[in-house]
Design a protein around this ligand. Structure first.
Ligand SMILES: N[C@@H](CCC(=O)N[C@@H](CS)C(=O)NCC(=O)O)C(=O)O
Length: 216
């Protein structure tokens, strides 16, 4: 039985991608342990055996080792009982893959690094935020939010049921909204703002709040 083997997630509480994997574990009700890899302080050399690219998360389930978040969340959904987090039909599955790709390739860098981190973390590093970088990123962020609004087909991204698409996007929005620009742009994206009010109270999101969310 797959549930009997120990499940270990290598992650840290401030990580966007680590949180996606942990959300999937919690939503599926999978008992697991988090092994903290404080990635920006440097991973222990041994960790490269689990993830040769030195990123988090990585998952170990018994003797099965896996890295790359999209592969991990899909595995969690398919290897464990609990509510299905992927649509059954080809169109729904394609949309899910599309949303995960948009998050990775068009969402993560601008929303997290070029807006939220730039606005909120620059002062903690003793420097002024790079206003030109933030301003140049706003249109990219608007395009990303518009794309998700267009793709959304129900209260959740893919309709009536929570799916992995919601979990992958939620970890991004949880950070993005902490920046004033995030608040402002979400104000212009009412479908995403409404969706967030549905997502935020979920036990999985409450149990995995970023340290920065706890301070705000
Ligand atoms: N493609 C990877 C991206 C994971 C990723 O970028 N993780 C971040 C933390 S949220 C990380 O490990 N960053 C460390 C670094 O870039 O050095 C995945 O999907 O798992």
């Amino acid at each position: 039985m797959s549930e009997r083997k120990p499940v270990v997630l290598y992650a840290v509480d401030y990580s966007v991608y680590g949180r996606m994997a942990q959300l999937a574990l919690i939503e599926k009700g999978v008992a697991h342990r988090v092994e903290v890899i404080d990635i920006f302080k440097g991973a222990p050399p041994d960790y490269l055996k689990l993830h040769p690219f030195g990123k988090i998360p990585a998952l170990v389930h018994g003797d099965f080792k896996l890295y790359e978040t999209a592969a991990i969340t899909r595995y969690i959904d398919e290897a464990f009982p609990g509510p299905a987090l992927q649509p059954a039909d080809p169109e729904g599955r394609a949309r899910l893959a599309q949303i995960v790709c948009i998050v990775d390739h068009y969402g993560y860098r601008p929303l997290i690094w070029d807006i939220m981190v730039e606005r909120l973390m620059a002062p903690t590093e003793g420097r002024e935020p790079d206003e030109a970088k933030i301003a140049a990123t706003i249109p990219k962020a608007q395009t990303v939010l518009a794309a998700f609004s267009d793709l959304m087909t129900g209260p959740y991204l893919l309709g009536e049921q929570l799916t992995l698409a919601d979990l992958h996007l939620a970890t991004i929005i949880a950070y993005f909204r902490l920046a004033p620009e995030g608040q402002q742009l979400l104000g212009q994206a009412p479908k995403i703002a409404r969706w967030w009010t549905l997502m935020e109270p979920r036990a999985s999101l409450q149990q995995t709040r970023y340290p920065l969310e706890k301070r705000s």
